[in-house]
Design a protein around this ligand. Structure first.
Ligand SMILES: Nc1nc2c(ncn2[C@@H]2O[C@H](COP(=O)(O)OP(=O)(O)OP(=O)(O)O)[C@@H](O)[C@H]2O)c(=O)[nH]1
Length: 509
């Protein structure tokens, strides 16, 4: 009987479930911020808002380390990196407002950190999933994602004075730009979610769609209310942005159940479309935003346009090169497979499939205009092969077959002559443009070549391995060539040679 109780590992502490951790976090947040435990000061709110992404960072990093699918591992690592940058921004906020007592817009560097949060997420969206790419393409993607974030930063905050108050005129336009950026990332994640194939991929993009979606909503509410209705936004309310990070804690928890998808499994065409378009996402968006930036800052705008154009040109060149290399290697593999498929593994001479190929080639239109007038087919069979196997073993029999095949091949003189292994110890030789006048001499050459090998055969009357050959010839004057009939006639002739005592040739004109 096997024990059915769950195994207990001594010394390993029980791992809490993601639901317990999330609920505990929310309870702690509620205790801190509601109930008047700490009043309405900003410090606890800032600490809670810093704790949530740090917790999500720890969980996603652990998930990245334990993930087995390389593409998904890379994805979780990107998420962890973005959470790290966001946490830095939040720490900056804390220092700015609580440490320095500033209540105007945060320092530019802090705003920049909140913008750079998007860089790893842009890279996550732009990677061609599961495809290996050269390092240069990745380097260019990193450069473009950075440039895109900087351009976005420029467009959002560039025109605003550093010391603007939270209710400065024109600020709401900037906030709409932030919303657009968050929405862009959220829609991107949802599209990737809809094209995800494996359950690990679906969990990653599903969790990120929830995270970015909630973050977009929370940030929009927070930012717009702060500008238009400042008294409504207490630190307790704005700390609810933590809700955006908790789905990551829940879903990225190693071993957590995978997220059920609201979409049906993607069709091959949709998956293909999303994966093919995503690498061009960065260049396209950078180009559009840089064109907008040109009006504000000509130099940087043009630099952005050039980077986007150069990167997409480089990418398409790489794609061309990769395509050429792949099709070249496919062609080589196809040739190799064809060689394997048409060659007899034991003797190394062509097999029966090859015979069909040869027949098709000889009857190609350009050949049909001047087809060979005469054809000869020969069936060659090793004599007394069964007793040879019985007395000397199959290994010796195989070695003899190999040598016989090589000797027979060696007698073929013209490029169109073919020798194939037709069955166990039976070979077929096809001689186009060979008439019944030349056939007996050729057949004798085949027989003699094997006899000359002088391979020991204790059960043969001659003491060595011999073959019998039956030949049949077809001439143009006798009508259309029917290869099956010709082979059947050569077989009959072989039977005659066997009956007449073996180690001889017999034919049918
Ligand atoms: N070692 C070896 N034996 C093979 C192979 N293919 C077929 N054989 C053997 O070849 C033998 C053919 O036997 P038979 O058809 O009776 O012909 P035979 O003994 O040569 O007699 P005759 O053709 O009448 O002279 C069988 O024992 C097969 O097992 C092979 O690839 N390797």
């Amino acid at each position: 009987m096997f024990a059915t109780a769950p195994l207990q590992y001594r010394g390993v502490p029980a791992v809490p479930s993601p639901s317990r951790v999330t609920v505990a976090f929310l309870a702690a947040q509620a205790l801190l911020l509601a109930g008047g435990v700490v009043g309405d000061t900003t410090l606890p709110a800032y600490l809670v808002v810093l704790a949530a992404p740090l917790l999500a960072l720890a969980v996603t990093l652990r998930r990245a380390l334990s993930e087995t699918e390389p593409a998904v591992r890379w994805g979780w690592a990107c998420v962890a990196a973005s959470l790290g940058v966001w946490s830095l921004g939040q720490a900056g906020n804390l220092w700015w407002e609580w440490g320095l007592g500033q209540h105007a817009l945060p320092h530019r560097a802090i705003l920049l950190l909140f913008q750079l949060w998007a860089v790893p997420l842009l890279l996550l969206l732009a990677r061609p999933w599961r495809e290996r790419e050269p390092h240069t393409a990745f380097g260019l993607d990193v450069l473009q994602a950075l440039a895109l974030s900087l351009v976005w930063f420029w467009l959002t905050w560039g025109s605003l004075a550093p010391d603007s108050a939270p209710d400065a005129p024109g600020l709401s336009v900037q906030l709409w730009l932030i919303d657009t950026q968050n929405l862009y990332l959220g829609v991107g994640m949802a599209v990737c979610w809809s094209a995800a194939v494996s359950s690990a991929e679906r969990t990653l993009f599903g969790a990120m769609s929830l995270h970015v979606g909630l973050y977009t909503l929370g940030a929009a509410l927070n930012n717009h209310l702060t500008v238009h209705w400042p008294e409504a936004v207490t630190p307790a309310w704005s700390s609810l942005i933590t809700l955006a990070f908790l789905p990551l804690v829940w879903l990225a928890w190693p071993g957590a159940r995978s997220l059920p998808s609201p979409w049906p499994l993607p069709s091959r065409r949709w998956e293909f479309l999303v994966r093919s378009v995503s690498p061009m996402l960065l260049s396209g968006t950078l180009l559009l935003l840089s064109l907008r930036l040109v009006r504000l800052d000509y130099g940087w705008g043009v630099a952005g346009v050039l980077l986007a154009a150069g990167a997409s040109a480089w990418r398409s060149t790489l794609a061309q090169v990769q395509h050429r290399l792949k099709s070249e290697s496919l062609r080589r593999q196809r040739r190799k497979l064809a060689r394997i498929a048409w060659t007899d593994a034991l003797t190394g001479v062509p097999n029966r499939h090859h015979l069909k190929q040869v027949m098709a080639r000889l009857q190609q239109p350009e050949r049909r205009r001047h087809p060979p007038r005469d054809w000869t087919v020969m069936m060659v069979d090793v004599d007394h092969f069964k007793p040879l196997n019985d007395q000397r073993g199959h290994r010796y029999g195989d070695a003899c077959l190999r040598q016989v095949a090589q000797a027979l091949s060696g007698t073929l003189a013209r490029p169109d002559d073919v020798l194939v292994r037709y069955g166990g110890e039976e070979f077929l030789a096809l001689f186009p443009a060979t008439s019944h006048r030349d056939a007996p001499g050729l057949a004798e050459r085949l027989r003699g070549a094997v006899e000359a090998l002088a391979l020991q055969h204790p059960a043969s009357p001659s003491g060595c391995v011999t073959v019998s050959v039956g030949w049949a010839s077809h001439s143009e004057q006798t009508g259309e060539l029917d290869m099956d009939t010709l082979i059947a006639q050569a077989d009959l002739a072989l039977y005659r040679a066997k009956c007449e005592g073996r180690n001889r040739v017999a034919g049918m004109a």
